[in-house]
Write a protein that binds this ligand. Structure first.
Ligand code: AHR
Length: 515
């Protein structure tokens, strides 16, 4: 075990050169976190608490939408799911895919439901009945008061299709396409702001997969038409989702084509624990941080000759996903991961990483929302909240304002990600006098006492404490019991220091006013 003073920026630079796999030691020492409310990383964009719904397995049909169910409303929306989604405070909802979007023609999903065509769906090997389409999705977003984010088909689709979809959704009146929307029951445009220029176009598994050059050229022409239809929209370029391939080269090339039109670079990351190694798995977020910083450098390079435009990162698919994964994942009950406590802790460290890179990460979407690698799990009769629901809910309800750059002095252990992986993973958000600390104890066995030291303010009374934990790192929830959930208490804090003991394998949020 070592105990080093780790500025967050310093330890990430050691990631690639790490020697491997020393056995993790239990932490017996304390951690210290120094907080200065004027040391700001960037403003936390609430859109980092986004989510994703794809026509895949039981995410939409049997998830958010189940016609003829006694649990659904007149629109076919599952009321119990609606409540769980509202309680999650989803800020941005991506749709219709994912891989599904690369062969989706939005015109199949409008007009009277009973007259919509059933189409062969090749991404996930099923038949799409199109009963849930543009109107249903955008109505769902209005119902849960979330911002919609549509991913256009840049696989088998055309420039014309993408342009027409923007026109259908956003053009007020007087064209054939806007009149068609009105005929279908929506008088006013929805004004959808966020549009994806395709999904994972670098992947050979993608329908319409292209080289970076071919995608860049194609997406540029689509982007121009989409923005000329509605100049207020924000476009998300398909960055590389394949870290093992030419990730850097793809992102560089694509940005050269799209830097004058796109506002975000889409990146995806899924992690897992196939070796059943808790300590390694809990360190996955160091790799997310590493990739984020590399992408930030690529963006800075690309934008160095562009004035008056910003480019940000959209981690628009991320999660733990490894058990329900493989070539047999085709059809209806697919990608149905059952999450445990260690997965929830990894989710908390990912959210910390987004907050700690708040200057550049402005969108993030947990993939996905219901049943499919998701925080909410349904049956025909009800639902339960998976372990990963709780950290996302706590962040999305509380962590706003400025992300603060912290000095962190914590005991460390060695993983393949870093020889100095800190047992403490932490972020801080400061919003109009309220401080929110999000702290994960990566130790499976030991308490981690932490002293939070304020540099420029004082603690002033009650602090709310919310802890996500459970009896064991493998504890799961199900329809009958919630072993992993949020428990709450309060502590008193005054002066410039707050000492708090983080229990083993826990995520804790501390929130209170400063004076
Ligand atoms: O979220 C599941 C799938 O993962 C998405 O369809 C695809 O974009 C990614 O590979």
């Amino acid at each position: 075990m070592s105990n080093g003073s780790i500025s967050r920026r310093a330890f990430t630079s050691t990631l690639l050169s790490a020697p491997l796999l020393l056995k993790a030691q239990p932490s017996s020492r304390e951690a210290r976190v120094k907080i200065d409310t004027e040391r700001v990383i960037g403003e936390i964009d609430p859109k980092i608490y986004g989510n994703f719904t794809e026509h895949l397995g039981r995410c939409i049909e049997g998830g958010i939408f189940e016609e003829n169910s006694p649990l659904s409303d007149a629109n076919g929306f599952r009321k119990d799911v609606l409540k769980a989604v509202e309680d999650l405070h989803v800020s941005l909802l991506r749709w219709p895919g994912g891989n599904f979007s690369s062969n989706y023609n939005w015109r199949d999903g409008i007009g009277p439901r009973d007259q919509r065509p059933a189409r062969l769906e090749m991404a996930w090997g099923t038949v799409e009945d199109n009963r849930f389409g543009t109107h249903e999705f955008l109505q769902y977003c209005e119902t849960i008061r979330t911002e919609p984010y549509l991913c256009a088909n840049f696989g088998t689709g055309s420039w014309d299709e993408a342009q027409q979809w923007v026109e259908y959704c956003n053009y007020p009146d007087g064209t054939a396409t806007s009149k068609l929307r009105q005929k279908n029951g929506r008088e006013q445009p929805w004004k959808v702001k966020y549009w994806g220029l395709g999904n994972e176009m670098d992947g050979p598994w993608q329908m319409g997969h292209r080289t970076a050059e071919d995608y860049g050229k194609f997406a540029l022409e689509g982007a121009k038409l989409m923005r000329w239809t509605d100049p207020t929209i924000k476009l998300v370029a398909a960055g590389s989702s394949n870290y093992a391939a030419d990730w850097i080269g793809w992102n560089r090339t694509v940005l050269e084509y799209l830097k004058h039109h796109a506002g975000y670079l889409s990146l995806h990351m899924y992690v897992g624990n196939p070796q059943n190694n808790f300590e390694e798995f809990l360190a996955s977020s160091l790799e997310l941080d590493q990739r984020t910083k590399i992408a930030e450098g690529i963006i800075r390079g690309a934008m160095s000759d562009v004035s008056n435009r910003q480019m940000y990162i959209a981690w628009d698919e991320w999660n733990v996903w490894y058990r329900a994964r493989g070539s047999n994942e085709r059809g209806r009950r697919i990608l149905e991961e059952h999450y445990n406590l260690e997965d929830a802790l990894v989710v908390a460290t990912f959210l910390n990483t987004f907050v700690n890179n708040a200057n550049i990460v402005k969108i993030a979407n947990m993939a996905q929302l219901v049943n499919v690698i998701a925080p909410i799990f349904t049956s025909e009769n009800g639902l339960y909240l998976q372990t990963i629901y709780y950290p996302l809910q706590l962040f999305a309800t509380n962590s706003f304002g400025n992300a603060l750059e912290l000095f962190v002095d914590a005991p460390t252990y060695s993983t393949k990600h870093s020889p100095k992986t800190p047992y403490l993973d932490v972020s801080a958000a400061y919003d109009r006098g309220t401080l929110v600390l999000n702290a994960v104890n990566r130790s499976r066995t030991d308490n981690l006492p932490v002293t939070f030291e304020l540099e420029d303010k004082q603690f002033s009374g009650e602090f709310e404490v919310a802890e996500v934990n459970g009896p064991d790192i493998k504890s799961e929830n199900n329809f009958n019991s919630s072993l992993v959930k949020t428990t709450r208490k309060t502590v008193q804090a005054s002066g410039s220091r707050l000492r708090y003991q983080l229990p083993p394998h826990s995520y804790t949020m501390l929130k209170g006013k400063l004076a």
